[in-house]
Ligand binder design. Sequence first.
Ligand SMILES: Cc1cc2nc3c(=O)[nH]c(=O)nc-3n(C[C@H](O)[C@H](O)[C@H](O)COP(=O)(O)O)c2cc1C
Length: 555
Amino acid sequence: MPDDSKQTRSAQPQKISRPRLDFQEHLADLEAEGLLVRVDRPINKDTELHPLVRWQFLGGIPEEKRRAFLFTNVVDARGRRYDMPVAVGALASSRQIYAIGMGKAVEEIGPTWMHAIANPIAPVAVSSPACQQVVVTGDALRAPGGGLARLPVPISTPGFDAAPYLTATLCVTRDPENGIQNMGTYRAGLKATDRLGVRMVARVGGAGGYLHWLKYRSRKAPMPIAIVIGCAPVVFFTGPQKLAIDQDELMVAGGLAGEPIRRTKCVTVDLDVPADAEIVIEGVIDTAVLEPEAPFGESNGYVALEAYNMPMQVTAITHKRSPVFTSIISQVTPSESSLVKKVAYEPLFLAHLRDALGIRNVRRVVMHEPLSNLRPVMFVQFARDTPRTEVWRGLHGAATLRPECGKIVIAVSEDIDPANTDAVFWSLAYRSTPAEDVHIAPYRRGVQGSQYGPQNSESTLLIDATQKYPMAPLALPTREHMERARAIWEELGLPALAARAPWHGYTLGDWTDTWERYARRATAGDWEESGKETIARRRSDVTPETPVRKVEKLD
Ligand SMILES: Cc1cc2nc3c(=O)[nH]c(=O)nc-3n(C[C@H](O)[C@H](O)[C@H](O)COP(=O)(O)O)c2cc1C
């Protein structure tokens, strides 16, 4: 069986055993690990900042070489200088960076999520919080160049976006009926020094904040909202995660941290926010009106066109004395936004198939990341010899857990690495028969982005590309020979290898002791011994290419 995990999993945090509960301490950890690039030259936040970081996702740089960026000399299109530095890619440019944020090894990310969701820890209230060392309210929010204009908010997709956008957000709202808070990562575009346009997905399975908005609107009441920018990574990671409705993200963040998150009351609205956040924008959404918002580059790889969304009137901006502004890079995948979702969603799907549906043979669930952005295309990996009925339960389970995920689901066997699409196509080519192994189910809600086309109903494509019977070995030298050769390769100083599975041969069930004996003799230089055996097995009653096992019983 190929073991590609060593090829794709990156190094683990060396010294960090607990997650940092302060964003700037997290940045210091990244810097100490050589994972943060400081840019001290002037960078224009409106035209240069995101395009620069974008190159590390477009430029053929392997994931483990991606870095966080800290811009310390930010200017804008009008030449204004900002005293706040801007961090981009500091949360999830790579699994290694995410793992440092979690204070865990890369392999522990999935289990840590499942444990935290099952074992939340209630936050603890504090007064005089760091996030309120500076409080801006009233006229200071409306003064020219004041309010939101004081924040170095970058433009994500210069040339298409209608405004600078807050992207690394935790949008906090409270259910007016049961008082439970929700925190979701939603984009918010600048409209005025004291006004934002917030977009909460309104489709089934969309934003928790949208469900709250519906309740405030039916009461004809405004909705209080607080937007947190920059906080402990474990707190931020709960924003994009798909938690159950009414599961308080601050409690799950406590579960991730292994200790209560310090929270505090907002200054102008009745909401609780992480006390150690860098910046908090407080305000209210008038639920009686909507305002055009976007265009803005979306994570499905297309520009979201202008639509009516929620206007937020800012009532206060609070922040640390010396805050760092955070932005997340999204749009075309792979991106920081897709990685932050991938490592969080895949464990949920695996737990659903394995624990809720009881499909014991499922090994991994992998969401396809480059360009397609996780949700539409998924792979489910099964142990060899999984009954076909279980494979199909797994396919249906993955396609139905969430309305927006699993438009195309492909089942593969354990030896196929779903992260290697070439290997998936290899499996489709040799292990599936379209007439038997493909099923199309009608009627599903469109995945994100389909609202921009004329079609509003989608369907599901399920494919069983698992190995269904014993097959001949994979025709590469066996592992011992490839490893020995790799050592010689490195000894010769040849170019560094970046192998992807499969990189050595292995058996797939159809192999006999006789052929094993011949192969061993061959590598020992004793092939003539095998020739002596086959001369004794000659026959004249067969045609060329007759399989030996048709006429002879092999051991
Ligand atoms: C960078 C980034 C931007 C996002 N933008 C939005 C958005 O504008 N609106 C939205 O509803 N979801 C957005 N999402 C997805 C949500 O964060 C995700 O669906 C999450 O589960 C929402 O939490 P909730 O279920 O508590 O609302 C974004 C995710 C990321 C990582």
